[in-house]
Design a protein around this ligand. Structure first.
Ligand code: UDP
Length: 236
């Protein structure tokens, strides 16, 4: 028995790029699709939010002279591109799914609503909620907090390339140690780079636990669903 009925899975756009750092790495994409299909087969209802950092980020665009709002809109379009790629990969292995968009762009995807998302998940479809929040100056972390709360997910699973939250960046500081669990307020007080403050605060206020784990290792998503403690839990 899976320990969650409904999850919000957050995937970063950057991870989707794999070693190539930009664009979409097909092997990584197919690995994600296989892992998602595996847990869908266990009866877990799955909502997904994917970032767009492998294609465009509004803030870095602004640093190069792009208008911030247009740059953020480019970033939101990037999340739609990644969502379509994941939808295609899921479809190719026979996993029913649908893409919803935060901004109207039929026929690319249907316009998002909580009820459409829940109805599709209850019918066994994986629902990919693209376009972030639909507004500039937000991130897909905030988008996934928002969607996770709206769809009444039991948990937000944040798939990253690190196996949890550390006292410092483990890629830079070899003495960094991993937290088994931590409170939202400690994440904010210690300035840990898990999610931005807006996203963390939303989860804190609405009691949506976050589980951070390494999604780049095949089979890890199932381990989390099975209750193996391979990451870090953030809670109140
Ligand atoms: N974005 C936005 N509003 C949102 C979500 C995303 O404007 O609600 C834009 C923003 O420019 C961001 C980009 O989309 O930089 C890509 O999203 P994000 O950086 O969160 O992707 P990730 O880092 O997870 O790949």
């Amino acid at each position: 028995m899976a320990r969650f009925k409904r999850i919000l899975l957050k995937l970063s756009g950057e991870s989707l790029a794999g070693e190539q750092k930009q664009g979409i790495n097909i092997e990584r994409l197919n690995d994600y699709a296989r892992q998602i299909k595996e847990i869908a087969g266990m009866g877990v209802q799955i909502g997904i939010v994917i970032g767009g950092g492998n294609i465009f980020r509004g803030l870095s665009g602004a640093g190069k002279g792009f208008d911030r709002v247009k740059g953020d809109q480019m970033g939101m379009c990037a999340t739609v591109i990644n969502s379509l790629a994941l939808s295609s990969a899921l479809g190719a292995i026979g996993q029913k799914n649908r893409v919803l968009t935060a901004i109207r762009m039929e026929p690319i995807g249907e316009f998002y609503s909580k009820w459409k998302a829940i109805e599709a998940m209850e019918n066994g479809e994986v629902v990919i909620m693209s376009g972030g929040t639909g507004s500039p100056y937000f991130t897909t972390d905030t988008g996934s907090s928002l969607r996770g709360i709206e769809i009444e997910a039991d948990v937000m699973l944040k798939g990253t390339r690190v196996d949890g939250i550390y006292t410092a960046d483990p890629e830079k500081d070899p003495t960094a140690t991993k937290f088994h669990d931590i409170t939202y307020s400690d994440v904010i007080a210690k300035g840990l780079k898990v999610m931005d403050i807006t996203a963390t605060a939303m989860c804190m206020q609405n009691n949506l636990p976050i589980y951070v784990f390494n999604m780049d290792i095949l089979g890890n998503l199932k381990k989390v669903i099975d209750g193996e403690e391979i990451g870090t839990l953030v809670h109140n």
